[in-house]
Design a binder for this molecule. Sequence first.
Ligand code: FE2
Ligand code: FE2
Length: 236
Amino acid sequence: MKRHWSPVLNEITPLLIQTILNEYQLSWRGVHGITHWARVLENGLRLASYTGAQPLVVALFAVFHDSRRTNESLDPGHGRRGAEFGKILNGKAFHLSEDDFTLFETACAYHTDSLTAGDVTVQTCWDSDRLDLGRVGIIPDPRYLCTNAAKQPEFLSWAYERSRLQYEPEICRHWGARSTESVGSDCHAETPNFLEAAISAFVICRPTPGDQNAQRWGPHQPKSKLLKLSLKEDGK
Ligand SMILES: [Fe+2]
Ligand SMILES: [Fe+2]
């Protein structure tokens, strides 16, 4: 990761991630799980350096937009639920101003609506997600991207290859998640209070020193047939 991203990455703490994972209902290794969030984050921060998007909004979008899914398919309303979850944690686990929270909320709520127009920060969020469609066998179509930066062939192919190969960004290790399904299950502690959940998640999910399995959550499952982007299929 580039050094100038560090202040933003410091805001996406392992405790925040474990808090989100503690409530996550699907497999960490799924197509909408933690490695997707990490790639979306890196797509977004890299895009933001070209678009001028608000990087903290982009980073928080990455880890919240799919965090409240209840299935790996269409799941209407999951973006809005992710924004509502973020609202609970704003001011506790991170801090967004009222204006920036509105951008975050808009980006999360409408990220599956095939929109391309909007504030540049919102556009950057949407592009960061759409650039990671290679993991489900879809080549992002520039017509459905929002920013000129994301439409550049070099950027598209960089993000597509990482997605297709289910590349796991280094930030996943910093977040302290592990690769086994059982750990994910353990993290669904029945703790109703945010702070209790956060503390519980942090204790339960702390990585074991020297854990060699922290590199990859899921096997690479290449698709034999690449499909053209169809946002209506909600592969995001
Ligand atoms: Fe989504
Ligand atoms: Fe997504």
